[in-house]
Design a binder for this molecule. Structure first.
Ligand code: ADP
Ligand code: MG
Length: 243
């Protein structure tokens, strides 16, 4: 038996701005239901890596495949909407003039009844069914974040890319929403890449951490491996604040 291809596989991604490689030979793969945290200090190239995988930027070199099918290489380039990739950002605002239901249904195709039923299912899962006909301004920040999650999940993306999605949230709400979100994604078998600059968050949430510095991945592995056997002094220092 052959092993199935990883849900997401990126090989040798490279992107430069003004002659400087900000993403340099980045390779990573994520399996179904797996959470990879892309961790590193501000400016190291995390968001650019995420944008390359999403397809909103084009790499100078490298390739990206989903379930073994190439979506990007030197000849192929599928636009973001054809990649079955969901995106969540810190400031991924809801459409204020659309109801909660219409926000969640935004990326869906199909009949009105099919869309309504998927919207209901998702709002149930994020425990917001009672707000289905409400509007964003009637919801708290945490509730809006959960609507954004339902919207991102609605088209059943195979991969979810999250760029510091919880950093805008109140500390009190944050842990609960984060655990709930990642739990839901795992249940759906989504491959998750979560970008963060906080080692503590990565240690807590990741199945695997890819540690990035100056555009390169310097170490990749299970959280306890990076914590216990950092690749160098800088990596050790980065993790040393965690208790
Ligand atoms: P991170 O998300 O890790 O903070 P980014 O990927 O946003 O890092 O940025 C990496 C580097 O690339 C930074 O030095 C940033 O200034 C630079 N950069 C990102 N996007 C652009 C762009 N469109 N034009 C020029 N420089 C950019
Ligand atoms: Mg960033």
């Amino acid at each position: 038996m052959t092993t199935p291809a990883p849900r997401l596989e990126a090989i040798g991604l490279k992107r430069s701005f003004g002659g400087r490689a900000v993403v340099d030979d980045v390779s990573l793969s994520i399996g179904a239901g797996e959470i990879l945290c892309l961790l590193g200090p501000s400016g190291c190239g995390k968001s650019t890596t995420l944008r390359l995988i999403a397809g909103v930027e084009r790499p100078e070199a490298g390739s990206i495949a989903l379930d073994g099918a190439t979506v990007c290489d030197q000849r192929v380039f599928l636009p973001p909407e054809r990649r079955s990739i969901g995106l969540m950002f810190q400031d991924f605002a809801l459409f204020p003039h659309l109801s909660v239901a219409d926000n969640v249904a935004f990326g869906l195709t199909g009949s009105r009844a099919e869309k309504r039923s998927r919207v209901k299912e998702l709002l149930d899962r994020v425990d917001l069914a009672r707000h289905i006909d409400g509007y964003p301004h009637e919801l708290s920040g945490g509730e809006q974040q959960r609507v954004a999650l339902a919207r991102a999940l609605a088209p059943r993306p195979r991969v979810m890319l999250m760029d510091e999605p919880f950093s805008g949230l109140d500390n009190r709400l944050r842990d609960g929403i984060r655990d709930e979100t990642l739990g839901l994604l795992k249940d759906e078998g989504t491959a998750v890449m979560m970008v963060t600059h906080e080692p503590e968050e990565a240690m807590r949430m990741a199945d695997r951490i890819a540690l990035m510095r100056d555009g390169r991945i310097v170490q990749q592995g299970a959280p306890y491996n990076l914590y216990n056997s950092p690749v160098d002094k800088a990596a050790a220092a980065f993790f040393s604040d965690i208790n």
